[in-house]
Ligand binder design. Structure first.
Ligand SMILES: [Mg+2]
Length: 198
């Protein structure tokens, strides 16, 4: 089986780190549980300039490397790979973040997963001239049996694979989102993902 796995807020606790950055840079103290929108500019109430600063800070290599692993992510993915499954991390981070993202994976025992940067959110605007190494047309040639994703904005990338099982990693910003089909399941933890795949 082939697995699509999102990086931020599936493998690691990105939004929690961003609440710390927003507090440090702008004294915006929004608890993680209250990050109700996938759009962090909206969740934190930031101006355009502040949002750009937030994103640049959050994509600095040292900061990317410091993100905490989501409990169980590495263990479950390694079990899948041991059983012969193929795991691709498809992240919305720009390819300028590739090196530290690759290093984060390697440092968390995920040397065997592949990593691709796909322009999921049209975020080229905040990191000037950012590039993504996976072109959309190449992405659409890839086939997956399972996807693990937290962002409702990324669900459109699954429309061409109606039989794929999508596991929506439960997060405050996807609570109110109606899941688009019966092939979607909300997962509270990697433990639950392990069960569903078994
Ligand atoms: Mg994500």
């Amino acid at each position: 089986m082939k697995f699509y796995v999102d990086f931020d807020d599936c493998l690691c606790e990105t939004a929690k780190a961003f609440t710390g950055i927003a507090s440090r840079l702008f004294r915006k103290n929004v608890p993680y549980e209250e990050v109700r929108f996938f759009n962090l500019q909206k969740s934190f109430g930031l101006t355009d300039d502040e949002y750009e600063q937030l994103m640049l800070e959050g994509h600095r290599p040292e900061v990317l490397l410091s993100y905490e692993e989501t409990p169980g992510a590495s263990a479950v993915l390694n079990e899948l790979i041991d059983k012969g499954h193929e795991v691709s991390i498809i992240t919305g981070r720009p390819s300028s973040a590739y090196e530290p993202s690759r290093r984060w994976l390697d440092e968390h025992n995920l040397e065997r997963v592949k990593l691709y940067c796909l322009n999921k959110y049209g975020r080229d605007s905040f990191i000037k001239n950012s590039e993504f190494n996976l072109e959309l047309e190449d992405y659409y040639k890839m086939k997956f049996d399972y996807a693990i994703e937290d962002s409702p904005m990324a669900f459109k990338f699954f429309d061409h694979l109606p039989d794929m099982k999508v596991m929506v990693y439960n997060r405050p910003w996807n609570q109110d989102c109606e899941l688009p089909g019966e092939n979607y399941t909300r997962c509270m933890s990697w433990e639950k993902i392990r069960e569903l795949v078994d």
